[in-house]
Design a protein around this ligand. Structure first.
Ligand code: 6R9
Length: 657
């Protein structure tokens, strides 16, 4: 690897390890022997994990990898995913257990028991059926963190329809691209959403997205903001229907049908190296097996005792796997919070933890760094003694944030699980096991029992201890993606061509082994940025920029950012005819990107430059632009077609032009 992530310097400064306490180890779900058991017979190990679930028909074969890279897990098995997440807990006598402590941003709350969840999901399943949705159809969901989002996902699963959840912050253009790509038949959304104390329209954006859309027959609208929203909710008669009118009228009885283990469960779009997002496809039996297993083992979850809170949004894979499927399959009691962490005050998360006695808390490094910025005195005002496991996901966690998390939030004693995984892997792949692993700040450490990961060089040869290279997964796993929606070639090309000879899955992340052979993740090695744990491709933002009439050319890089991990920095060449080259032009471009993709893709900084640094073959040298963006001395320019370009760029910027 020539370009090392800037995180590396930071990673090397903290060398303490934190072994589990005897008390924790004694009660832990995870046992050290699991690694050896799984290694001895992987398929047998996964078959045992699959028995966490309730199957209508048992599988006849654990893994069929004959058509690699297209896997089949638990071949011949049949199950209903929603039954596993809801009904079976009611049948086993836990109908009165709270599944979801829901907290709205304005302070309204709803506690939903498993018995109530079963009724809600059944009614929603009947509702979708009444609209003509059948197994195999796609339902797009753009909803904020309201209970209906979870109910809608489970209702789809219950009838074998695929959901495609689109993050609430995505623009109409982004929603439309996803609706079209998957040929969604129904869209579920809300009238509006609360954001920092204000009601913002949601349905109006969906309407804009769906203008002229060919496949969408019905739009179901959850009433959330009601009268708080200014103006009328735009309505198309015959197409639009209120959730409460449609769903409440349905019977609460619904018989779940058993689907094949490989029946598609959902599509979730994620950024790749090109501008077009990929629809990552996940299926039923293997996915549910691995999310349930990892939720149990990595978070040490004890049903009926723990109160769990994953702060992700259901628009991301973490929300799918660790709010909806894994936790509910394991009969969790969990907090779901609608709002932002500083509404109405910066102690909101700690207040919620204190009130609900949250014992397992799973969040992202970007938020931890934000909490650090707000100050340790804020969490200090709350009783956080219920916490016993803390988790991190989304990007490498710098040791400083790790230590702060453990000391300030975890009273210096909770195990921290730094979990590495991806939309594509479906579930956690690399993580310490609480009660087993002596943790190291900044390292995700070791592939879970049953999972195999390696760090390899350019040739695909495993690097020795101390060496760095690319992270690969060298053996199939149950929750692996089954493809890219509608594009088998892109699936092979993106993930399986880089190390085709070895048959490795290429994750797109750089990594290194330390002297003990533990894995440290070093950030993406491709053109994917990681902003607050959200994947955004440089190409996607570049395309948005050049779609603006004033922009001739654009290059985008992810620059290290103390809070968000990376920040988006764009370099643009404006067209000769663009009269305004100043602040207004830049502001307009930032807003344009927000409109094209969504506010999360808004560049932190846009620099107007006269030229872009290119190689002789015309490739933009982002490495040099990153040097500029991070205020570093500019690196080697010898491969530039015109080596004076960097001087031109720097002098232009220094003179404030
Ligand atoms: C779950 C999720 C995946 C990318 C992944 C990597 C980064 C996630 C990480 C991590 C270091 C961790 N990533 N967890 N890097 N340490 N614990 O985030 O999925 O949105 O698809 O992003 O995020 O770069 O390749 P997704």
């Amino acid at each position: 690897m020539t370009e090392q992530s800037p995180a590396l310097d930071n990673l090397l400064t903290e060398s303490r390890t934190f072994p589990p306490s005897e008390q924790f180890a004694g009660q832990a779900n995870a046992k050290a022997e699991l690694y050896a058991t799984a290694d001895a017979d992987r398929e047998q190990f996964w078959a045992e994990q699959a028995r966490r679930l309730t199957w209508d028909t048992e599988w006849t074969q654990v893994l069929d990898w004959t058509n690699a890279p297209f896997a089949k897990w638990f071949v011949g098995g049949k199950l209903n995913v929603a039954y596993n997440c809801v009904d079976r807990h009611v049948e086993s006598g836990h109908g009165q257990q709270v599944a979801i402590h829901w907290i709205g941003e304005p302070g309204d709350t709803r506690d939903i028991t498993y018995a109530q969840l079963k009724d809600e999901v059944s009614k929603a399943a009947n509702a979708l059926t009444s609209l003509g949705v059948v197994a195999g159809d796609v339902v797009a969901i753009q909803l904020q963190m309201v209970p209906e989002a979870i109910v809608a996902m489970l209702a789809c699963a219950r009838i074998g329809a695929l959901h495609s959840v689109v993050f609430g912050g995505f623009s109409p253009t982004a929603l439309r691209a996803r609706v079209d790509d998957a040929a969604a038949k129904v869209v579920i959304t809300s009238d509006g959403q609360y954001r920092r104390g204000k009601a913002a329209p949601m349905k109006a954006n969906v309407d804009e997205a769906l203008e002229g859309a060919q496949t969408v027959e019905k739009v179901i609208v959850v009433a959330r903001t009601g009268d708080d929203l200014e103006g009328e909710v735009p309505w198309t008669d015959g197409r639009d229907v209120w959730w409460h009118e449609l769903v409440e009228a349905q019977p609460a009885e619904h018989t779940p049908e058993a689907f094949d283990s490989e029946h598609p469960l959902f599509i979730l779009y994620t950024s790749g190296t090109t501008g077009r997002p990929k629809g990552i496809l996940h299926t039923s039996g293997g996915y549910l097996t691995q999310v349930a297993y990892t939720h149990h083992t990595v978070f040490d979850h004890k049903p009926g005792e723990d109160v769990y809170w994953c702060t992700a949004d259901i628009g991301w894979i973490t929300g799918h796997s660790y709010i909806v499927y894994g936790p509910l399959a394991n009969r969790v009691t969990q907090v779901v919070y609608e709002g932002t962490p500083n509404t109405p005050h910066e102690g909101r998360h700690w207040e919620i933890i204190q009130q609900h006695k949250v014992s397992i808390y799973y969040t992202a490094p970007t938020l931890i760094r934000t909490f650090m910025k707000w100050g340790a005195d804020i969490p200090a005002r709350y009783d956080l003694s219920s916490l016993r496991v803390l988790g991190s996901v989304g990007e490498p966690i710098n040791p400083e944030a790790w230590i702060w998390y453990r000391d300030t939030i975890g009273a210096g004693k909770t195990p921290i699980v730094d979990t590495w995984w991806q939309t594509e892997t479906g579930a956690i792949m690399i993580s310490p096991l609480p009660g087993v692993t002596a943790t190291k700040p900044g390292s995700a450490q070791r592939a879970l029992p049953g999972i195999s990961a390696k760090v390899v060089d350019d040739q695909g040869v495993e690097v020795p201890a101390g060496g760095g290279g690319y992270l690969v997964l060298d053996k199939p796993w149950p929750s692996m993606l089954r493809g890219v929606w509608g594009d088998d070639e892109r699936y092979r090309e993106t993930y399986w061509s880089r190390f085709a000879d070895q048959g490795f899955y290429f994750a797109g992340d750089g990594a290194k082994y330390d002297a003990d052979g533990d894995v440290w993740l070093l950030g993406r090695v491709d053109d994917v940025m990681n902003v607050s744990g959200h994947r955004i491709s440089t190409t996607e933002v570049e395309s948005a920029l050049v779609s603006h009439p004033t922009v001739a050319e654009a290059a985008v890089v992810g620059a290290t950012d103390p809070t968000t991990g990376q920040g988006i920095v764009a370099f643009v060449i404006l067209r000769g005819s663009a009269t305004d080259q100043g602040d207004n032009a830049v502001q307009e471009l930032r807003n344009h990107v927000a409109k094209e993709i969504g506010p999360i893709a808004k560049p932190r900084q846009i620099m107007v430059v006269p030229e872009l640094p290119k190689t002789r073959s015309g490739k933009i040298m982002r490495r040099l632009l990153r040097d500029v963006a991070e205020n570093r001395a500019i690196g080697d320019v010898t491969t530039l077609a015109d080596s004076s370009v960097m001087d031109l760029i720097s002098s232009g910027l220094n003179s404030g032009k």
